[in-house]
Design a protein around this ligand. Structure first.
Ligand code: DX5
Ligand code: ZN
Length: 223
């Protein structure tokens, strides 16, 4: 399940449907960064924009909820057409949020900030579809990749393999042609990328090159 998830955080918000169309057929996921101005010091988009985009694309919506109270909005995101939601372990209430996402038929993700340790999320791995290991501090696009997160990616990969779990590891933040291979070698398989795709002249070609790089690294690693 190696895939690139372009983050619309770096797209032109005045032309979102056109921006998504520029991805061509290189990707089947779209990473939607939802920021509430409280969990992170920035505000982006919510269910109405997800609903509007849903009418214009069939991409799988990977909604990254950087919110203090995601539970208040899960149903609204589902109704808007979200396929998957990822909540932050730092926001708390993780047990019940996982149950609510499952009950709503959403893909279930848990996000983890760079400084949050493995022990804070390891106990949930068997109940997740995806664990998102942040490679920047959440809140803004265009930040530098934090390589110090890689030991946590490696440890998570080893734990998932040891226990035979099917949870995917996503990395998010500062992913571009030089950093993606580093994260892929550590064991990540889903790569959220904003600037490296929507910040380029040809987002389709940018996504294609990132996907090829990820597949190459996984092949070399014999996965
Ligand atoms: C940051 C967001 C990321 C962001 C990545 O809080 O969660 O998804 O869009 O942007 P780039 O790829 O520009 O670092
Ligand atoms: Zn994100």
């Amino acid at each position: 399940m190696i895939r690139i998830a372009p983050s619309i955080l770096a797209a032109d918000y005045a032309a979102l449907a056109d921006e998504v169309a520029r991805l061509g057929d290189q990707v089947d996921w779209l990473h939607v960064d939802v920021m509430d101005g409280h969990f992170v010091p920035n505000i982006t988009i919510g269910p109405p924009v997800v609903a509007a985009l849903r009418r214009r694309t069939e991409l799988y919506f990977d909604c990254h909820l950087m919110m203090t109270d995601p539970g208040d909005y899960l149903e609204a995101f589902r109704q808007a057409g979200a396929n998957h939601c990822t909540v932050h372990v730092e926001a708390g209430d993780t047990e019940s949020l996982i149950g609510e996402m499952r009950a709503l038929g959403l893909g279930v993700g848990l996000a983890v900030n760079p400084e949050t340790p493995f022990e804070a999320f390891a106990g949930y791995l068997d109940r997740l579809d995806l664990v998102l290991l942040m490679t920047v501090h959440p809140g803004f696009g265009g930040q530098a990749f934090i390589a110090e997160v890689m030991p946590k990616v490696e440890r998570t990969r080893a734990e998932i393999d040891r226990r035979g779990l099917s949870v995917a590891i996503e990395v998010d933040g500062g992913i571009e042609s030089h950093t993606l291979p580093v994260a892929a070698r550590a064991g990540a398989e889903v790569f959220a990328a904003g600037t490296a795709i929507f910040g380029q002249d040809d987002p389709e070609e940018a996504a294609r090159l990132l996907l090829r790089a990820a597949e190459g690294e996984h092949e070399r690693a014999g996965r």
